[in-house]
Design a protein around this ligand. Structure first.
Ligand code: ADP
Ligand code: 5GP
Length: 186
């Protein structure tokens, strides 16, 4: 329980369903997502400023030097970071800020003493994770293999989180996370 502006940190292996679950949570106007920055290329359908702030490596490094990021990390060979002003923008609207970041970024926030509900989203099985990653079909096979390798490393760090939620059924998982976040923030 806390009176501080709510922060919900969601991590989990690539392909587990973080984006899908995040979209579901955002149907509830009490939640808002902080748009994070990345140096990776946009996937088909992704829009700059909505899905990510797509930055060049130089722009990203300038942001790091200027202290623009609350945390930043190298994930699958690309750089990602949380702009401080994005979190502030959501929290200024009295909304619970949803932050979808990797395990390294979540650890940085935890180490910095940032108060949040830390949720790890896990797949029902490894076969299912692989199926989802391949089914998304937005990356070449080499990238998918790299992400599957990274998934193991991420999964092994689930114990660092306040809670682990299994993404078996989308609506069920959304309801569980929504309930946890609202209880944490009430
Ligand atoms: P992430 O953001 O974690 O990389 P996505 O949200 O892009 O993952 O989901 C990866 C794929 O898995 C997508 O094709 C999505 O539709 C599918 N998916 C997500 N959650 C479920 C679920 N509970 N059951 C079946 N498929 C799912
Ligand atoms: P994707 O490229 O599949 O969208 O994301 C790859 C990974 O980067 C995911 O685990 C995602 O949560 C993470 N990520 C996205 N934004 C950030 C961020 O700002 N900081 C950190 N540390 N990770 C991020």
């Amino acid at each position: 329980m806390s009176d501080a502006p709510g922060l919900l940190v969601l991590s989990g292996p690539s392909g587990v369903g973080k984006t899908t679950i995040g979209q579901g949570l955002l149907r509830d106007p009490r939640f808002g997502r902080a748009v994070t920055a990345t140096t990776r290329r946009p996937r088909d359908g992704e829009v700059d400023g909505r899905d990510y702030l797509f930055l060049s490596m130089v722009e990203f490094e300038q942001g790091v030097d200027a202290g623009r990021f609350l945390e930043h990390a190298l994930v699958h060979g690309n750089r990602y970071g949380t702009p401080r002003d994005e979190v502030e923008r959501i929290q200024a609207g009295e909304r619970i800020c949803l932050l979808i970041i990797d395990v390294q970024g979540a650890a940085q926030l935890r180490d910095a003493g940032v108060e949040a509900l830390y949720v790890f989203l896990a797949p029902p099985s490894w076969d299912e994770l692989e199926r989802r990653l391949r089914g998304r079909d937005s990356e070449d096979p080499e990238v998918i293999e790299r992400r599957l390798g990274g998934a193991r490393v991420e999964y092994d760090r689930r114990g660092e989180y306040d809670t682990v939620v299994i993404n078996d059924d989308v609506e069920r998982a959304i309801g569980e996370i929504q309930g946890l976040a609202l209880a944490d923030h009430s």
